[in-house]
Design a binder for this molecule. Sequence first.
Ligand code: UD1
Ligand code: CA
Length: 462
Amino acid sequence: MSNYAIVLAAGKGTRMKTKLPKCAFPILRKPMIEYIVESIERSSIDETVTIVGHGREVIEDLLVDRVKYSLQARQLGTGHAAMQAREHLEGKEGTTLILLGDMPLIDDATIDDIIQAHKDLNNDLTVVSASFEYPTGYGRILRDDFGAIERIVEEANATQEQRKIREINTGIYAIDNALLFDMLDKIEKNPYKGEYYLTDIVEVMNKTHKVGTHTLRDNQKMMGVNDLYAVSQAEKILRDDINKFHMLEGVSMINPETITIAHNVKIEPNVTIYPNTTITGDSRIEEAAVIGPNSEIHNGIIKQGVHVRHSLIHDSSVSERTTIGPFAHLRNGTNIGRDNRIGNFVEVKKSSTGDNTKASHLAYIGDSTTGKNVNFGSGSVTVNYDGVNKHETHIGDDVFIGCNTNLIAPITIGDNVFIAAGSTVTNNVPSGAMAIARNRQINKEDYAQNLIKPKPKTYQEK
Ligand code: UD1
Ligand code: CA
């Protein structure tokens, strides 16, 4: 028999006070809903329906065809949201897990554990609860004298006494799919808010079916994210967890509280990461690399033995043993070769370099390809933009580019070229040539004294 998931993600997230629909809001630069769907994909769930409404295009753009969608045109509550999955799931046999789109920390093991517990307990409905030290904001589990679940009360409707209960509703439910839609139909509008509360399914089913609870131990991971403070808490929990994982895998982190590594980043053992470093997106850091302090890598491939200090690397790769920084910026599909030195205040955009190339200080390299053993002197610039269009620069092997050189693109520089410092090079330079493109120097003998002002006299000299 199959397992199904319904993910409720149609709400606006009013408490977030942000423009993005809540479930698309990023946690460590990745949208919340993607975490949930990833965990579902790794679990024993066979088919997933996501309920969309507010900002549906944003959610659908993120998940594309990884899930099926049902539209909740008006957000009339969590119970009403779950009903919308009827078009995909009605009449199917199996177990359905209902999850909220605002619980990014749930993992696949927990999902499988819940489904297993539901089957082992032989329940028709299993409510997943957790025990929170600070239960504020969550629905509370009300139990009868025998300890059986009676119903769930939302905090807004709870008495002072009920608010003291620490056992909360995580918002996850496992239910026999054959019963699901009939039971949802029986939920009545909540008199306070005019919404259909999914939580009321407990009372609906308690009379006629077997309702139980499953309490999760890893409590923090069950948090619901409702506002930006909760975003920061979720990020902290995730950050600690991810950093711990990497440290136990042999990654050395100095002051790890200041280091942020996103969910899917791969880091090999024997890497060292210094403080204030953020590595996100589809990044991979290979063995013996040293990253940080104060560096940001997003979608970066960093090969063995590379050093990155005080630098920014976006959508770019750096090959073996190269040093980046301090204060370098690689972006937009840049590929740096082996044993390069990309140093102080150097920006490289959409460019590649061969092995052993150096741009140690104050250079801009854009829309270009560079061979091996090239030296960019301090202040060299590939002049790629004419105010309207971008143009390319191609540089061969073994080229020396003197300080303060402008290469006006489009331009091609051959192999074994020497360009004199201060040149503004507008024409291609053939292999083996030396190019010099600047005014010839004139020395006017004995002329300096006309320009040097006499020193001011001291008081005694007057
Ligand atoms: C809900 C539960 C609460 C539980 C908590 C756990 C209800 C009534 N309350 O409260 O018992 O302790 O989660 O985190 O279920 N959504 C829709 N359509 C709607 C309304 C909501 O799709 O009409 C989606 C939202 O996008 C969100 C999820 O359902 O992802 C939960 O909604 P939210 O408003 O955050 O519920 P809570 O107040 O946190
Ligand atoms: Ca919530």
